[in-house]
Ligand binder design. Structure first.
Ligand code: ING
Length: 314
């Protein structure tokens, strides 16, 4: 029996250092309105959707970083208009942001995403686990990628949530490069995974053809959706941010591994699809029936070993 929900990917163009929260929230509200006009009931926004991708910059002063790029409350008076607009339209949404929180007696910083119900309640939270980049100041580099400096590794694990009659999992950006993340969600019954991303067009370390980064993004999205029989909505913040380019190619991918909707700009752009949650059921009962086919007794190295150790059998 089909279980349809119209889902929108709300891709965000560049956010500049000078852009205030109010300016950004206005853009998010306008895209939410557009998604509502297209009949969407669930809207997926990008990673770090309220600010520029600040890990590209080295800052000495943490208080400045906290003030400019982290949210100490969610929603806050500045971000509340997005929650209000979504509630007015009866729309649920996923959004990513820099989370500043006091836990275990100290200030903690996470690259976070939340699921917000059509009633405006935060019903799920994920803190990014795979943090790419570095923590040191790469002086002389064209830009930094300081996620390992500004964020802690997420401490909530990979979880699924009952959300709008779906079993939904959340990931963020670099997580899409690690199949283990999707499989842990799949093992918890995920039917849909939402993932916001900010991916630089240029490679920090060596001259990589820009088209290759997009190729990697697209093959990973199709493979991970199919190999876990989930719907996958991956949404970019992209375009030029103070001259630094990130690619778009936001996609909605079916459990069959087909891209059913894709953006074609690097601007604010809304795409929608009638997602049938029942699509993945046959795959999860047959080809990807995890209980019937997986052999975890042979997978021990995946958990016991972090990096490569050359241990040939002969
Ligand atoms: N961005 C990039 C991503 O994983 C990256 C970082 C790009 C890492 C390319 C390695 C190779 O898409 C974030 N924010 O994780």
């Amino acid at each position: 029996m089909s279980r349809k929900i119209r889902i929108a990917a709300a891709q965000l163009g560049g956010i500049h250092l000078a852009d205030t929260r109010a300016v950004v929230v206005k853009r998010l509200v306008e895209m939410l309105r557009e998604a509502a006009s297209m009949g969407a009931k669930f809207v997926v926004f990008p990673e770090l959707a309220f600010t520029t991708f600040f890990p590209r910059y080295w800052y000495e002063d943490q208080t400045e970083v906290d003030r400019k790029f982290f949210e100490a409350m969610m929603p806050s008076p500045e971000t509340q208009p997005l929650f209000d607009e979504a509630k007015k339209h009866g729309i649920g949404f996923y959004i990513g942001y820099g989370e500043l929180v006091n836990e275990e007696g100290r200030a903690r910083h996470f690259n976070t995403s939340i699921l917000v119900s059509p009633e405006g309640k935060i019903v799920g939270k994920y803190r990014k686990i795979h943090l790419p980049g570095h923590a040191d100041h790469k002086k002389g580099a064209a830009f930094q990628h300081l996620e390992k400096k500004y964020f802690e590794v997420g401490n909530l694990g990979f979880r699924t949530f009952r959300f709008m009659d779906m079993i939904a999992g959340m990931l963020i950006c670099n997580d899409r490069r690690w199949p283990e993340a999707f499989r842990v969600l799949g093992l918890q019954g995920a039917e849909i995974v939402t993932l916001g991303f900010n991916t630089p067009t240029e490679n920090l370390h060596y001259p990589e053809p820009p088209h290759l980064r997009v190729h990697h993004h697209l093959i990973m999205a199709q493979a991970m959706a199919f190999q876990n029989a989930v719907w996958l909505v991956e949404v970019a913040k992209c375009g030029f941010e103070d001259g630094f380019r990130m690619f778009g190619h936001s996609v909605i991918v079916s459990p069959g591994g087909e891209i059913v909707a894709k953006t074609n700009s690097e601007e604010d752009e809304v795409i929608v699809h009638n997602v049938d949650l029942s699509y993945g059921e046959n795959l999860r009962k047959t080809m990807f029936n995890l209980a019937a086919h997986r052999r975890p007794e042979h997978y021990k190295l995946i958990v016991e070993r972090t990096g490569v150790e050359v241990t040939p059998a002969n």
